[in-house]
Structures are given as structure tokens and as C-alpha cells.
Design a protein around this ligand. Structure first.
Ligand SMILES: *Cc1c(COP(=O)(O)O)cnc(C)c1O
Length: 371
């Protein structure tokens, strides 16, 4: 029995050595800077300890999605360069400049407003230009990127620190769409070179491209899902050297023997057909354990089915496969127990989603324990 058991109803353990191992793998192979993508509480893994582990392993940047995520890292004492990859509300520009957080821009109005904020704080602002080469999410059209860069370079208090783009289909077998995005990005870089414009940090690759497209490394890769030891997609699996970091556990709170004909949970969608052992586990949809049929968990190293509806804080399981199960036994919702495992990808399939959404959906109330 580990020490977390007995302390919590449900909890997550994070193997920080796995994070370090995965960062080192990409650093060793790519030989460029690694930006550790720790948005969304490090995909549910815990932003500050993951960022610290990634930096210890040699990552030089942290990438986040929100102002609050950048502040969380700064407040924990992290001094590394941080980039907000997406939108920063205007009202937060000054605060971000004061905290030396780099911001992403895609239009001249942003650049002008940030320049004003920079002059008010008396500090320079570092900007990364986002170019839309085909994701159609965020970024300046490549044809307008030079104008934007020239605006940035003429406005006081602004430094064009980075130029980047994002791939829409790097996790697929067919490289054609990624090749065409990379081509547009390179063509823009050539036009910049011709104008003598130099930008220190050029980045395009997400995890999938970091594993498969060395031509897209430039001088930095943005490492997200692979850092956590999770596959970018079924078509873009990780090499075996990667290790997954997250295990999600709970405990059996009650075990009971019910007669045939008993309805289980709200709506009685499951009804016992014989005398059955039914267990209760204190994890529910408010923890991020989805309210869908077909869930399974590991108990006594066997997969057992969740029966009846998932409730906010609890689920029931059918214990026929583990007749010796008793109150207080460890339950693994995601991870390995003895010889058996439930992978993030397996849960994603069951939930009709991707592994990214499974771990980033583990609720804040679930404690994270760092190993
Ligand atoms: C989330 C994100 C990444 C990381 O993507 P992975 O597929 O998890 O490696 C990289 N770049 C941007 C702009 C992102 O939003």
C-alpha cells in the first residue's frame, strides 16, 4: 500500500523521470531547442512540476495557452522564457510584459497596443509572429507577414523574438499537407532573409513533426503530447523509448453482495441477473471520468466493468472476475496494475475522443502526486 492510498478518494501519480526521459529523447535526436508545452495544467499532469522536470532535462522554453498559466509558472519561481501560444487579452499586456512573458501576435493592432503598453511599463515586449500556413486557426496570412514584421520592428518597445506556424496534419501518414505548410513557411523565411530581417527563434514542429520531420525543426520544436509519453495519433505512434508518465487511481469504498433483480445507480440501467458482487469506487464524472457506458477499471490486476450510470463522484463495478476484492483495495482507472494495463488511448477510444482530451480532462480536484 503506497502512502497516497488512505489519503485520497482518487488521485493521479506523475512519473517525472518519464517526462525527463521523453524530453531528452527529443533533445538528443533533434539537436534544437525544446519548448515544453505545459498548457492546460500540462495536459492534466501538473504544470509546475512538469515544467521544472522538462527544464531540468534540457528544455529551454515553456509554452502555455493562457495568461493564468504563464503566471502560475512565474509565481512558482520559474525564470525560463515563456510563450503564450495564442490569445492574450489586451488588458493583460502590461502584466505579461512585466513578467517577461512573450506574446503571440497576428495583426498590427495588437503590435501597436502592445507597443503602447511597453512604453507605459518602461520594459520591452517580446513577440512571436504566428503565421497561418494552413491550420486556419490563428495567424497572419503569409502574404501579410512581412508588413506585420516591419510594423513590429518600427514600433518602440517591441522585439520580434520568434516566428512560428502550426501543422494541421503532421500526425498522419501522408506528409503532403505538412510539406505544403512547410513550403509556405520557408518561402516566407526566404523573403525575410532577402530583406535582411532576422528573427532569433523559428519554430513549427509539434510532437508529431518532432518525431517524423527533421526538415521542420528549424531551431526549436514545441513538444506536447510526446513529452507525456502519449502517442500523437494511431498513425504516428511513439518509438518504444518513450514512457508514459500518468497513472490514475482510486480505491474500493464498499463491496456488497446483491440478490438478482437489483437495479444499480441512477435509472437502474444495470440490473443484477443473479447474486452479484458489486463494488463502489469514489470517482465520477466531476473528476473527469466520463459518464458513458462501457467503462472498465483494473482491480486485482483484472479488468472489471463499470455497471450502471457513472455519477458525479462515484461509480459501481461488477466484481465477478475478482471474487476476493475487498474494501480498501487499489483500483487503477488508467495505467498499469501488475500484468494488466488500461492505456490513455484505450480510454480515448471508449470515450470517442483522443488521448489529449482524456488526461487534460482529469479534474482539478483530483490530487496530483509527483514521483
Ligand atoms: C498544443 C500545441 C502544441 C503541442 O502539440 P502536441 O501535438 O501536443 O505536441 C504545439 N504548438 C501549438 C501552437 C499548440 O497549441
Amino acid at each position: 500500500m503506497n502512502k497516497e492510498q488512505g489519503m485520497y478518494s482518487t488521485w493521479v501519480t506523475i512519473d517525472l523521470d518519464a517526462i525527463k526521459n521523453n524530453v531528452r529523447y527529443i533533445l538528443d535526436r533533434s539537436k534544437v531547442q525544446v519548448m515544453a508545452i505545459v498548457k492546460a495544467n500540462a495536459y492534466g499532469h501538473g504544470a509546475v512540476p512538469v515544467a521544472q522536470a522538462a527544464l531540468e532535462a534540457g528544455a529551454t522554453w515553456c509554452g502555455v495557452a493562457r495568461v493564468g498559466e504563464a503566471l502560475e509558472l512565474r509565481q512558482a519561481g520559474l525564470d525560463c522564457p515563456i510563450l503564450i501560444l495564442g490569445y492574450t487579452p489586451e488588458a493583460r499586456y502590461k502584466e505579461m510584459i512585466e513578467h517577461r512573458v512573450s506574446m503571440t501576435v497576428w495583426n498590427t493592432k495588437q503590435a501597436e497596443t502592445i507597443s503602447t503598453a511597453a512604453s507605459q511599463t518602461g520594459q520591452g515586449a517580446k513577440l512571436h509572429l504566428k503565421v497561418d500556413t494552413g491550420m486556419s486557426r490563428l495567424g497572419v496570412d503569409p502574404d501579410n507577414a512581412i508588413d506585420l514584421l516591419e510594423t513590429v520592428s518600427h514600433l518602440p518597445g517591441l522585439q520580434a523574438e520568434g516566428l512560428f506556424t502550426h501543422f494541421a496534419r503532421a500526425d498522419e501518414v501522408d506528409p503532403t499537407p505538412t510539406i505544403s505548410q512547410e513550403k509556405l513557411f520557408r518561402a516566407l523565411m526566404e523573403r525575410l532573409n532577402a530583406k535582411g530581417i532576422e528573427i532569433p527563434l523559428i519554430h513549427a514542429a509539434n510532437s508529431a513533426a518532432s518525431l517524423t520531420r527533421s526538415s521542420a525543426y528549424f531551431n526549436c520544436v514545441r513538444l506536447g503530447i510526446a513529452m507525456y509519453g502519449l502517442h500523437p495519433s494511431p498513425e504516428c505512434p511513439l518509438p518504444p523509448d518513450f514512457r508514459s508518465a500518468l497513472t490514475w487511481k482510486s480505491v474500493l469504498s464498499q463491496v456488497k453482495r446483491l440478490p438478482p433483480g437489483r437495479g444499480i445507480s441512477y435509472g437502474h440501467e444495470y440490473i443484477t441477473t443473479k447474486e452479484e458482487h458489486i463494488g463502489t469506487i469514489p470517482v465520477g464524472y466531476a473528476d473527469g471520468f466520463r459518464r458513458v457506458p462501457g467503462n472498465q477499471v483494473l482491480l486485482g490486476e483484472r479488468k472489471v466493468p463499470v455497471v450502471g450510470r457513472v455519477t458525479m463522484d462515484q461509480v459501481m463495478v461488477q466484481l465477478d472476475a475478482v471474487p476476493d476484492a475487498k474494501e480498501g483495495d487499489e483500483v487503477v482507472l488508467l495505467g498499469t496494475q501488475g500484468e494488466n494495463s488500461i492505456t490513455t488511448e484505450e480510454i480515448a477510444e471508449r470515450w470517442g475522443t483522443i488521448n489529449y482530451e482524456v488526461t487534460s480532462g482529469i479534474a482539478h480536484r483530483v490530487p496530483r502526486i509527483f514521483l
